[in-house]
Every structure is written in C-alpha cells, then in structure tokens.
Design a protein around this ligand. Structure first.
Ligand SMILES: [Zn+2]
Length: 77
C-alpha cells in the first residue's frame, strides 16, 4: 500500500515533453513523477537527475512555453 499523495505539479515529462504529469509525494520524503500521456514513470533517482539537469530540459523545450514560469515552478517544488 502506497502512502503517497499525488499532485499535479505540471512538471514536464522528459520523454514526451507533455506537462500532463502527476508528482507523487511519499510520506518518507521522496517523490515520483508519472506522465499521464506516455506512461513514463520516474523513480526517485531519475527525478533527482532530472532536477540536476533541469536547465538543459528547459533550454530544449524553450519554444513550447514560458521557461520563466517553468523555472519558478521548479524552484517552488
Ligand atoms: Zn510523457
């Protein structure tokens, strides 16, 4: 039984770039991200790597939306 809360943080899926994602916040502090479009699911390690390389993701997806909004969303998360 998962003790987790899902929230729609609109993190960008690293596989398909869609922002229809759910971030699961587990009680013991780690998070998982799940893409509702392509079914991609992170584990905690992958998510940490994604956040480390977030700048590169932002740059790559620059044309699809506002990088400023996305960056501030990351900082809040
Ligand atoms: Zn996806």
């Amino acid at each position: 039984m998962y003790d987790a809360t899902g929230s729609y943080d609109e993190e960008e899926c690293p596989r398909c770039g869609n922002r229809d994602t759910v971030t699961w916040h587990f009680a013991d502090g780690f998070e998982e991200m799940e893409c509702r479009t392509c079914g991609w699911v992170s584990d905690a390690e992958e998510l940490a790597a994604l956040q480390r390389f977030g700048g590169r993701v932002l740059e790559r997806e620059d044309s699809t939306g506002s990088p400023v909004n996305r960056l501030s969303a990351r900082i809040k998360a």
